[in-house]
Design a protein around this ligand. Structure first.
Ligand code: KG4
Ligand code: ZN
Length: 346
């Protein structure tokens, strides 16, 4: 079945994503051309609780997934019979949420007798760059910054990844969300801090740039988070008003410095001239600008996906699934969700 497919000129992958709070499906041609990209976000519901409630997420995926897949096929002008491969996020993520997508994908693949590929969500975020940048090919450095992950990676090949640095505590996106909550901006915090910071002074407050002893490529954001919370408490105790714009811009300057400096050092030390970013936080305006400016100075190419492909979506899963499929990395009916799936795991 699969051998015949690799001889086929064009390969259409149906991608399914349900690892957190977006139910998503997409059809992607040859890993790069998006024919449809449907995302049903649960954010409004989780906002009421100030964060993602896992059981609610699973139930909503269950309720919405059939409709989302139907719409993705309809928007692509295709039926199930036109799809060649079913790709689904198998991890990392919330186990109950992942199981909805995995079970759905298994049922579709079984009913259609088509190949099934379980995709690593982090590799999916990286693959979002192939959709936006049609000429991008490994090797390159990729900074993955999302709600759950902060990984500095050398992408050696489509299926070969070397983890160079990672966070020792909170992920970058998690830090944005916590700081936003502390200043009353609500959930999800990243886009709200981004907007507020646009009108602020990044030098107004001096927040720490976290370093991890003996691990120059690793990240730590807990000291920064505490410094911001202390600042807020002190201002409240003195009865002074907090300038949210300045706080947001100063906080972003600290996060951005940590992320950009390590990413550029990684590119330099590995002799790579392309730097890519991925994940929800790579939609951040200050981070994009700082990374672009530093890459320009160093003569490096700086890439990031269009905003819709930075946050969770199924087109990136279909793209990563396409490359997994081409390299023979597909699954059988025993595919299961792996909530703590590592980047290097097959
Ligand atoms: O990649 P993603 O959708 O989900 C995970 O795999 O975690 O990332 C979500 C995270 C959230 O923490 C959100 O606050 C953050 O990405 N985010 C942003 C921006 N847009 C989303 N952070 C900073 N600036 C943004 N514009
Ligand atoms: Zn994600």
């Amino acid at each position: 079945m699969a051998e015949n497919l690799t001889d086929k000129k064009d390969i259409y992958v149906l991608g399914i994503e349900s690892s957190c709070d977006e139910t998503a499906a997409a059809v992607v041609k040859n890993g790069r051309e998006v024919l449809s990209n449907v995302i049903s976000s649960q954010i409004d519901i989780h906002t009421v609780y100030g964060g993602v409630v896992p059981e609610i997420a699973s139930r909503l995926h269950c309720e919405n997934i059939n409709g989302v897949i139907r719409l993705a096929l309809e928007n692509a002008g295709m039926g199930f019979e036109d799809v060649d491969v079913i790709a689904v996020t198998k991890g990392p993520g919330l186990v109950g949420a992942l199981l909805v997508g995995v079970s759905e994908a298994k049922a579709i693949a079984y009913a259609l007798n088509k190949p099934l590929v379980g995709v690593n969500h982090i590799r999916g975020h990286i693959a979002a760059n192939y959709i936006t940048h049609k000429d991008l090919e490994p090797p390159y450095v990729c900074l993955v910054v999302s709600g759950g992950h902060t990984h500095l990676i050398v992408v050696r090949d489509y299926g070969s990844f070397e983890l160079i640095g990672r966070t020792h505590d909170d992920a970058a996106g998690e830090t944005f969300d916590k700081v936003a909550r502390a200043v009353g901006l609500g959930y999800p915090g990243g886009p709200k801090i981004d907007k507020a910071a646009a009108g602020g002074d990044p030098k107004a407050m001096e927040f720490p740039r976290g370093e991890v002893k003996d691990h120059p490529y690793d990240f730590t954001f807990s000291g920064l988070k505490s410094a911001v919370l202390n600042h807020i408490n002190q201002m409240k105790m003195k009865g002074e008003t907090i300038r949210v714009e300045d706080l947001a811009a100063s906080f972003e300057a600290s996060v951005t410095d940590s992320l950009v400096s390590r990413t550029l050092r990684c590119a330099r030390e590995n002799g790579l001239n392309t730097v890519a970013m991925a994940g929800g936080v790579s939609a951040n305006s200050a981070l994009r600008k700082a990374m672009q400016d530093e890459c320009d100075k160093a003569g490096l190419r700086c890439l990031y996906p269009e905003p819709v492909y930075c946050t969770d979506n199924a087109a990136m899963i279909a793209s990563a699934g396409y490359y997994d499929f081409l390299s023979g990395r597909w699954d059988d009916e025993s595919l299961n969700a792996v909530p703590d799936l590592k980047l290097s795991a097959d």
